[in-house]
Write a protein that binds this ligand. Structure first.
Ligand code: ZN
Length: 282
């Protein structure tokens, strides 16, 4: 009798354990990425060494260092797009080259953003070719000195040409030089908020409530952009610039992206599956 009681109690316990195991397995399966799309985003930066031509060398170094340090903290690898003309500025060439070397030495890549940031739709094909070749001079030699190839090109203003024919020609020329053409999928408009930031900083100071308002407005715009594409199951490429506003908010932008479910990937990976903006106002 005792034995029977023991056996049925044992069967009951086994049955309960089976149910619990099944439940745990189901919960684990539902939580695996197989059932959910992992949102990925790449964070390249444009117009290096610095978007702002009026900033002092000290400020330019500070802007770049702040972005590099924040990316390092989050283990994010980037591609930064350089304008050759911005390297040779106010006799600061040597220091500006050091800034670019710092990026490469921190595991990032330099990309070609032409010599002088001209809109491809407003220049001849010959001039475009000169802008691309000239854009390779300094960054090409920095990359080669570190055993790396120059791989990425980004059109200024993301404009590829004035009509179908010219677009085909510029693309063919870039492919002939083995470039990966890097577009963007989301526009941070940081350059626009940065202009307001610089104006308010000069008028009220960097610690003023006006500056805080501009930072908040910028982050609200970023959130709106992310909400707009929240259902899109594609990789994203965020258009950002090396400028004051971005350097002081990049940590908060990264936190915002994480809160929206994004993890970070390389530009190369993002480009494999994304919906590019064809042309946006700069
Ligand atoms: Zn640009």
């Amino acid at each position: 009798m005792r034995c029977f009681f023991y056996r049925s109690r044992r069967r009951f316990v086994d049955y309960k354990i089976k149910n619990i195991v099944t439940l745990v397995v189901l919960v684990c399966l539902c939580a695996t990425p197989v059932f959910s799309f992992q949102k990925k985003i790449a964070l390249p930066f444009d117009d290096l060494p610095c978007l702002e031509s009026y900033s002092s060398l000290e400020k330019v170094i500070q802007i770049n260092q702040s972005i590099i340090n924040t990316l390092k903290k989050h283990s994010i690898k980037s591609v930064v797009f350089v304008n050759e003309q911005k390297i040779h500025y106010r006799g600061e060439t040597e220091s500006r080259i050091k800034i670019l070397e710092e990026w490469v030495d921190n595991g990032h890549e330099l990309g070609n953003h032409t010599v002088s940031h001209k809109d491809a739709s407003k220049i001849s094909m010959e001039e475009f070719k000169g802008e691309v070749r000239g854009g390779e001079e300094t960054i090409g030699s920095i990359m080669r000195s570190r055993g790396k190839n120059l791989r990425f090109f980004r059109y200024p203003y993301l404009v590829k040409g004035r009509n179908f024919n010219q677009i085909k020609q510029t693309e063919r020329f870039l492919r002939g030089r083995k470039y990966i053409i890097a577009g963007a999928t989301l526009d941070s408009l940081d350059w626009k908020f940065n202009a307001k930031y610089r104006q308010a900083a000069a008028q009220y100071g960097e610690d003023s409530p006006q500056i805080e308002e501009i930072k908040e407005a910028f982050l609200a715009h970023v959130q709106r952009e992310l909400s707009r594409v929240s259902k899109r199951k594609k990789n994203e490429i965020f258009l950002l610039h090396a400028c004051t506003l971005t350097s002081v908010t990049i940590g908060r932008v990264i936190d915002l992206l994480k809160r929206n479910g994004y993890s970070f990937c390389t530009l190369e990976e993002a480009l494999k599956d994304c919906v590019l903006i064809r042309e946006i106002e700069h």
